[in-house]
Design a protein around this ligand. Structure first.
Ligand code: GTP
Length: 381
């Protein structure tokens, strides 16, 4: 919308410039003055005056203004000659004054040309979208109008030239001020863009740190703080994956381990010693099964291991080996050796749609069977 509006203003100003109606008026005044003085000074002069008169009778095309001024100069030159020959022509002073007026008018045309062109270029470059553009438009239009009025009313070309030059200086100042305001506006825009960019960067940093802390929170929510092993929630999530593998035709077994007589350890050596036992047993299980299986602290002194891809026999063998390793760990508390063993219950997925919970229940029952059977052993169900 602004562009269209500015385009219209530009077209209007171009029309103003092209018309040169005001220059045309000055030209007419000069021609009338010349006709008054020169008519009757010879047929050729009268013919030229008629021709100039005809051209000035209607609207004068801008490109004709120079030609007309040349014609007027030619008439003046002819009058001068006539005076020399006949001695009764127009007097020397009048001819000189006419010559001077023509020269001034030509000078005025030249003066007007360059600033008006510059003005139009600046108008085209000015920001059509701003209110400031509208203010500039109004100021320049007012100055151009004032030039017109002064040209129309002028009788003395020297004074007219001074006034036009003053107006052009005003127009130049309007553009200068407009340019300064535009620069200030652009600098304000740049500042704002920079502030926004800084803010976006700040938000990105905040978002990243928020993501990091969420990731940390998430990891914490799935980790047992005492042993650093995955907790029961993590186990249940892993079970969902294992169930998927089973439905896809895979196989897997679960082993549930429970430290034997753990209450006695706590009661005899203290809770801190019990914690140390939990940490060491948990770490040992994780290290021994490595990447091939998944270990979690299910709760209390109970650990669970998922053995993906193992047959029941292989899982039982792995579970028994783990019990032997734990039994072999050398624990000491208050300078005394502490015997630590664990029992295991093993159960394997029996069919494709069996749930992890159901297999875990069987493993748990097998664990209690192992406890009942004397502990420090593994039972399969
Ligand atoms: N130190 C410590 N003790 C815990 C923790 N969680 C549970 N316990 C203790 O573990 C003990 C478990 O005792 P019980 O369930 O009676 O089992 P147990 O003594 O291991 O006997 P069996 O399982 O039958 O061999 C309880 O005394 C709990 O207080 C823990 O995080 N740290």
């Amino acid at each position: 919308m602004w562009e269209r509006k500015y385009h219209l203003a530009l077209e209007r100003m171009e029309r103003d410039e092209r018309d040169f109606r005001l220059v045309e008026d000055a030209l007419r005044k000069l021609a009338t003055r010349l006709a008054t003085l020169a008519r009757g000074q010879g047929e050729d002069v009268d013919r030229w005056l008629d021709r100039v008169g005809e051209q000035l009778g209607g609207t004068v095309a801008p490109e004709r203004v120079d030609v007309l001024l040349d014609q007027l100069s030619a008439i003046v030159a002819a009058l001068d000659t006539r005076r020399d020959v006949a001695g009764d022509g127009v007097d020397t002073e009048t001819v000189a004054a006419l010559r001077e007026d023509i020269a001034r008018l030509q000078g005025l045309l030249a003066d007007l040309g360059a600033p008006l062109r510059d003005m139009l270029r600046l108008v085209a470059d000015a920001d059509a979208g701003s209110d400031d553009g509208r203010v500039l438009d109004a100021s320049v239009s007012a100055e151009v109008r004032a030039i017109g009025e002064q040209l129309a009313a002028a009788t003395d070309l020297a004074e007219l030239r001074a006034q036009v030059s003053e107006r052009l200086t005003m127009i130049d100042r309007h553009f200068g001020e407009h340019r300064e305001r535009e620069e200030a506006r652009m600098s304000a825009y740049r500042d704002r863009a920079r502030r926004m960019r800084d803010r976006v960067e700040e938000l990105e940093v905040q978002a990243t740190s928020l993501q990091d802390s969420l990731r940390r929170e998430h990891a914490l929510a799935l980790t047992d703080p005492l042993t650093g092993l995955p907790n029961r929630l993590a186990w249940e999530r892993r079970m969902a994956d294992v169930e998927g593998d089973i439905r896809a035709g895979g196989r897997a077994c679960i082993a549930a381990f429970d430290i034997d007589h753990f209450k006695t350890i706590n009661d005899t050596f203290g809770h801190a010693a019990g914690d140390a036992v939990l940490r060491i047993v948990g770490g040992t299980l994780a290290r021994e099964v490595g990447e091939a299986a998944f270990v979690a602290r299910y709760g209390g002194e109970e650990f669970v291991v998922a053995f993906p891809g193992l047959s029941t026999d292989a899982a039982l063998a792995r579970a028994q080996a783990l019990c032997v390793i734990v039994e072999g760990l050398a624990f000491h508390a208050s300078g005394r050796p502490v015997k630590v063993t664990m029992s295991g219950g093993i159960a394997c997925f029996g069919f494709a749609t069996e749930s992890g919970g159901s297999v875990f229940d069987r493993a748990d029952r097998a664990l209690y069977a192992a406890k009942r059977e004397g502990r420090n052993r593994c039972v399969v169900l």
